[in-house]
Design a protein around this ligand. Sequence first.
Ligand SMILES: C[S@@+](CC[C@H](N)C(=O)[O-])C[C@H]1O[C@@H](n2cnc3c(N)ncnc32)[C@H](O)[C@@H]1O
Length: 206
Amino acid sequence: MTVLEIVRRYTAEDENSTLSCGGNISFLDLQLGEKVLDLGCGRGEETLQAATLVGGDGFAWGLDITPKMIERAQDRADQVSIKNVGFILSSMEEIPIGEESLDAVLSNCAINHVEDKVAVYREIHRTLKSGGRFVVSDIMTETPLPSEIKQDPEAVASCFGGAITVKEYEEVLVSAGFDKIEILKERHYVKNGYKMISRTFKGRKL
Ligand SMILES: C[S@@+](CC[C@H](N)C(=O)[O-])C[C@H]1O[C@@H](n2cnc3c(N)ncnc32)[C@H](O)[C@@H]1O
């Protein structure tokens, strides 16, 4: 139900609307030749930037669950003739990339949509090489949202209802194997009367 609502929402997104909750690619410090994955890539803007930064000997994948987003991202890559990029239609709970394949993972305002966030971070851990890093921007709350909001597919699709508390999020990261996290930036705001946090943070597979 929620996945259908997410796909419906992002299929209907206007070409010019902003999807992101804050660019984070510069924090990854991508190097030539690296392999990088953008989870919930949307129209692929940051995936294409990543492909440019890693150069022809590197590769950038963008992964998204909404077919329209993948189509738009691929069209954009074709328009600008970027070849070292590929777009994957999949849920980020099961990433179709082999283990220890990636130098870096980024995700901008997408993981909050997924109910099983531990599965997502376990997949990040599995696909990263030893020493590989991730930078994520995501939405959290200060106190738990009521269950009627958590279970409202429209609220989840609007980057709101799927948010868990900062404490729960930190537990998710630890249970997936990431126990040292660096907070890079944070913004506090109120949505529908609830105190929300947009946080960008970095972790590494040791
Ligand atoms: C707010 S948009 C962000 C897009 C892009 N990262 C940006 O910053 O412009 C969230 C994206 O996450 C995708 N998404 C939601 N749930 C997903 C899932 N389970 N697996 C993969 N992508 C998902 C949506 O289709 C949408 O494109």
